[in-house]
Design a protein around this ligand. Structure first.
Ligand SMILES: [Zn+2]
Length: 443
């Protein structure tokens, strides 16, 4: 019989209030063991539903039935969320809107599968056209990287920009298992980009936490980044320090520090130390050896990207500048593209019990007709669509947007979108200022 905490060597998870032991299914899971591993020990209902939108329900039910645990074995089990005192949050999954979305988007991919002579799953991943785009981005990044290693001043601007564009067009899709049908490619790709977060922490922060529960207090970790300094949500208790976020200088400083110092370094350490990411996402239980490998990998990565200039350049000025400035600029790019999609006045405090409506109401798209916005954000400008279908490669989102917008209108769900970056940043700034007041309703 299992104890209260599921044993870490078993792949035990909870879906729709039932416990399953998927250990034997690990090698059979088409999405691979890494994707399945994200569910271990936690309530994985949201990940289960959002990661299988096109699989026939009969197939899913048959698999689950095979691995369902009997009542005596699961009676005393508790989820990681329960063990860490993280409040439960349930969505409704019977949704006319959701069914219509899945049906029409599946029709698009059936046509795409025919066009590419591929399986339905393969059709949802990157087509040749997308790989061609990625190859061009690699070709642009190469010379920028060489220029950076040679210490050319202009590369301080061009190298982080080229890596951002290449990274956001590959890392993000790969981490969502959306780049390729082969799970190994999806799992290896995120390790190519040391500027970004470690994949292990990213899966917790982004896939498990943010994607499942956008703008849900105590469940979305994006609402809780250094909340004693910056307030992103009404659920965070107001402090006098939050007045600082009215200042543009403070915001620029915040954006410069957030990605490299925050996400890639301190947040990583804190998750390892507290076993929870931002008080909202419990860390997956891993062996001591695996933990040691992770810490060693992070130390090596952070050391390498910040200290190599001191081994190469004679000038101390050049050493210090090359060890810091690229990461501040990269962080700005990261924040500019990730903060403007949910943290705006019209979306920050929206909510619905219907998961599909919740994904639409808590996000905003921008520049949906702009190729520049698409490439610069890696498709994050289709945030609503990405949240509805996280395992779909971003290349398809531009084509799916009219379908989703039409269905939103038909089902009375407000589809929010603005013209481009300027309007999106302005909306995010308005939200930030609003949250700086104790009683933000009056502002
Ligand atoms: Zn995402």
């Amino acid at each position: 019989m299992f104890m209260a905490n599921p044993p870490r060597e078993r792949l035990v998870t909870k879906i729709h209030d039932k416990w399953y032991d998927l250990t034997e299914f690990e090698r059979l899971h088409p999405g691979g063991p890494v994707a399945l591993g994200l569910a271990v020990g936690r309530d994985a209902t949201v990940m289960f539903e959002s990661h299988h939108p096109f699989t026939h329900r009969r197939v899913l039910d048959a698999i689950l039935e095979r691995y369902e645990m009997d009542e005596p074995s699961s009676r005393h089990l508790t989820t990681l969320e329960e063990q860490h005192g993280i409040p439960e949050h349930q969505f409704h999954w019977k949704s006319e809107f959701g069914d219509a979305l899945k049906l029409q988007v599946k029709e698009y991919f059936e046509a795409e599968a025919t066009r590419r002579s591929a399986s339905l799953t393969a059709a949802t991943k990157a087509p040749m056209e997308r790989w061609f785009e990625i190859a061009i981005l690699v070709a642009i990044s190469g010379p920028c990287f060489i220029s950076f290693l040679r210490g050319n001043w202009i590369s301080l601007l061009t190298f982080p920009l080229s890596i951002w564009v290449l990274g956001v067009n590959t890392f993000h899709d790969a981490a969502h298992f959306a780049l390729h049908k082969n799970w190994r490619i999806n799992c290896v790709m995120p390790y190519v980009f040391p500027f970004f977060s470690s994949p292990f922490v990213w899966y917790h922060q982004h896939n498990i936490g943010h994607h499942g529960y956008p703008n849900v207090d105590h469940r979305d970790p994006d609402l809780l980044h250094y909340y004693w300094l910056k307030r992103e949500h009404r659920s965070v208790e107001w402090r006098s320090t939050h007045k600082m976020q009215r200042s543009v200088i403070f915001l620029v400083f915040w954006w410069m520090m957030a990605a490299e110092f925050g996400l890639a370094t301190m947040n990583d350490l804190w998750m390892i130390f507290y076993k929870v990411y931002n008080d909202s996402v419990p860390m997956k239980l891993i062996s001591g050896r695996r933990l040691l490998c992770h810490v060693a990998g992070r130390v090596l990565t952070i050391g390498m990207i910040h200290f190599w200039p001191f081994l190469v350049f004679d000038s101390w000025t050049r050493c210090v500048v090359f060890a810091t400035v690229p990461y501040l600029w990269f962080s700005m790019l990261f924040m500019m593209n990730t903060q403007i999609n949910h943290l705006i006045p019209e979306a920050a405090h929206e909510a619905s019990e219907d998961w599909y409506k919740h994904q639409v109401s808590t996000a905003q798209d921008f520049g949906v007709k702009s190729r520049f916005c698409f490439l610069m954000s890696g498709g994050l400008n289709f945030q609503i669509l990405h949240h509805l279908f996280p395992t779909v490669n971003h290349w398809h989102l531009v084509r799916l947007q009219p379908i989703v917008a039409r269905l939103c209108e038909k089902h009375g769900v407000q589809y929010k979108h603005v013209a481009g970056y300027a309007a999106a940043v302005k909306a995010h700034h308005a939200h930030t200022v609003r949250m700086s007041f104790k009683d933000e309703e009056k502002n």
